[in-house]
Design a protein around this ligand. Structure first.
Ligand code: C5P
Length: 237
């Protein structure tokens, strides 16, 4: 499926950033048919949440495992092999060439797609310099996006502000997945570079990752449905 064919409902990925599996399952039940795609990250995965991946997949949901793998190639490949068997749709790795190559090869023949995290959005040029990098954020993001494409990576996690520049580099074959989404009027939390759902889709994002505005809402389903309404294209006249 090319990014332009993605059904609107699948474009919203709700981050199940919750401390316990029971809470995650209760949230999935509350969201019902409104949400078809969930993200499981460190908090839930390390609280026993990985079996939920198969359970959700068996219910027809898609799952994004956000574990941002990075290790020697052999270890990454074995990890990807195990994750592919859980029935997940997306898995994140850090955008280091050895890691991306191992992950792309190990997922071949499975339904799993690999997303690369170019540079963490909490990093600025000073943080990169302190970590020993010569390039600044925008140059490193561009270099890593090019490497990801050459190595057969399926998509990139990026801020909505980076989408325009990245589309010029990777075209429309790679999925661009953007966190840092805030419906108008929502709390920003610790996200700095934020965009509304409609603006992020207009900028060229394929998938929006939304956590706290949905899972901490008094009525999560209403918030999810409002986001979907905001990104549903108008019917042709
Ligand atoms: O609660 P909020 O909507 O800010 O959640 C965004 C989700 O996206 C979190 O699970 C966070 O870890 C993830 N994320 C992010 N920035 C990135 C990559 C992932 O906020 N660069």
């Amino acid at each position: 499926m090319t990014p332009s064919d993605i059904p609107t409902r699948d474009r919203l990925i709700v981050a199940l950033d919750l401390p316990a599996v029971e809470q995650a399952e209760a949230m999935v039940a509350r969201l019902g048919d409104s949400v078809s795609f969930y993200k499981i990250g460190y908090q839930l995965a390390y609280a026993g949440g990985l079996p939920l991946v198969r359970k959700l997949a068996d219910q027809g949901k898609k799952v994004f495992i956000d574990l941002k793998l990075h290790d020697i190639g052999n270890t990454v490949a074995r990890g990807v092999d195990s994750i592919a068997k859980l029935g997940a749709t997306f898995l994140t790795v850090h955008a280091y060439p050895q890691t991306m190559k191992a992950a792309a090869e190990a997922r071949a023949g499975s339904g799993l797609k690999i997303l690369a995290v170019t540079v963490l959005t909490s990093y600025d040029d000073g943080d990169l310099h302190a970590a020993g990098y010569r390039l600044g954020v925008s140059d490193l993001v561009e270099a890593r996006a090019q490497q990801a494409q050459l190595l057969g990576i399926d998509g990139l996690v990026c801020s909505a502000e980076e989408v325009g520049a990245l589309r010029k580099i990777v075209g429309h074959q790679m999925h661009l997945v953007t966190p840092g989404i805030r419906p108008a009027g929502a709390e920003t939390g610790d996200q700095k570079r934020i965009m509304t759902p409609a603006r992020a889709i207009a900028a060229g994002s394929d998938y929006l990752v939304v956590g706290r505005p949905v899972v901490e809402a008094a009525d999560p389903k209403a918030v999810a449905e409002a986001i979907l309404a905001e990104i549903t294209p108008p019917l042709a006249a």
